[in-house]
Design a protein around this ligand. Structure first.
Ligand SMILES: NC(=O)c1ccc[n+]([C@@H]2O[C@H](COP(=O)([O-])OP(=O)(O)OC[C@H]3O[C@@H](n4cnc5c(N)ncnc54)[C@H](O)[C@@H]3O)[C@@H](O)[C@H]2O)c1
Length: 361
């Protein structure tokens, strides 16, 4: 089975890549997983995969049970965390027990946060089932919930003991969620790996057809890029912030659309806005900007959206928690495959980026 090692000292772990769940018990045996496991999932993923995973673990001697909270970002809150903690108590988990997060980024973030606080912290593993979680959120140890209108404002760094990726779960994923996940995938190419970006441009049809071997290759490259950044800067004191490429404007677009657009699609628009600023500064060429837009289009992204007045969008941006000493942080491409961070983007530059992405394509 394909695997990747995330080297974080005593918090190191493996990411395993497969086209089914069959190898999960062996992967858990390798980390000496305890017998008592609570599978935490959401109501959609529960219907699709919880029985299969729970039965597999029971057949291999684990005392496993599943708990599902209501699916959706709007349930990424403290009430759901309390529900998970309650299920931990009901299933008799103790400090040596383990949580298995089976689902997308919402499940991973919440199950991970519950694991970080239950009995002052128990182990957890990630079994991601969306493209976003298989290529990004399951790796890196950020866990948390939304609170008081701010995304991921409460949370903890808590690394999983194992990430087990079954790429074939993507076959049941709604298309808009696949497109959303591609936002983070394309982002990885732009920030760190020009060859991977080319690969995404050249293989769009086979990737969209969900060929298992290709999905494994894509997941492995994504996780390698994310893991490499995390290994350099686990707690986001510097380099890790490059993963926020597209997010400064993207989060404002998300707010402007009252979270009715998917996260990845907003990041896609945000990447175009940031790339436009970079092109106007002479950092990338008009051809590179066009390649970024064309690649997003290939995967079904909108590249222009109607926006409220610039002052309103700016207001959303100012609320972003990713500010440095009160200044907005931007990640701008220097070329495809490399980015830089800056806090010196002017209001005029930002407003012209709003005009650009808010224009009719
Ligand atoms: N921790 C991190 O580093 C990190 C990074 C990026 C994003 N995030 C977080 O990730 C979350 C978004 O994650 P997401 O995009 O995976 O959303 P999600 O977890 O809400 O999943 C999207 C939808 O797909 C459903 N679903 C999941 N797997 C499925 C499958 N295989 N088949 C059919 N339906 C399936 C879910 O029930 C949900 O309705 C956000 O809360 C974001 O803040 C975290």
């Amino acid at each position: 089975m394909e695997k990747l090692y995330v080297n974080l000292g005593e918090r190191s772990y493996n990411i395993k890549f497969s086209s089914d769940f069959a190898g999960l018990p062996d992967a858990m045996a390798e980390i000496n997983a305890p017998p008592k496991i609570l599978i935490v999932t959401d109501t959609n993923v529960e219907r699709l995969y919880a029985d299969e995973v729970c039965a597999l673990l029971k057949d291999n001697g684990y005392d496993a049970a599943a708990y599902a909270f209501e699916a959706g970002e709007e349930h990424k809150n403290m009430n759901s965390i309390l529900g998970i903690c309650n299920a931990c108590i009901e299933h008799g988990l103790d400090r040596k027990s383990m949580i298995a997060a089976l689902g997308g980024g919402v499940v991973g973030d919440m199950a991970g946060f519950a694991a970080a606080i239950f009995m002052r912290g128990i182990d957890f593993i990630q079994i991601p089932t969306t493209l976003l979680s298989q290529s990004d959120s399951s790796v890196g140890g950020k866990t948390g919930i939304d609170f008081a209108g701010s995304k991921n404002i409460l949370g903890a760094f808590h690394q999983p003991r194992l990430v087990y990726i079954n790429v074939n779960t993507l076959k049941t994923l709604p298309n808009e969620q696949f497109v959303s996940g591609m936002g983070e995938v394309i982002k990885h190419g732009i920030i760190r790996d020009a060859e991977f970006f080319d690969y995404l441009c050249e293989n769009a049809d086979t990737i969209k057809a969900l060929d298992s071997d290709l999905l494994i290759r894509m997941a492995k490259t994504n996780c390698a890029i994310k893991a490499d950044v995390v290994m350099h800067d686990e707690r986001e004191n510097g380099l890790r912030a490059i993963l926020n490429f597209g997010h400064t404007i993207g989060h404002a677009v998300e707010s402007a659309y009252d979270f009715q657009m998917t996260h990845g699609e907003c990041v896609g628009i945000g990447m175009i806005g940031a790339s436009y600023i970079a092109q106007k500064r002479g950092m990338i060429t008009a051809y590179e900007l066009k390649r970024i837009e064309d690649t997003l289009k290939l995967y079904g992204f909108r590249t222009r959206v109607k926006l409220p007045e610039s002052d309103v969008v700016m207001g959303y941006m100012q609320k972003d928690k990713k500010k440095l000493m009160g200044k907005l942080k931007f990640v701008l491409p220097v070329k495809i495959g490399e980015v830089m961070q800056t806090t010196d983007v002017t209001q005029d530059e930002i407003y012209s980026a709003f005009d650009y992405i808010g224009g009719v394509s």
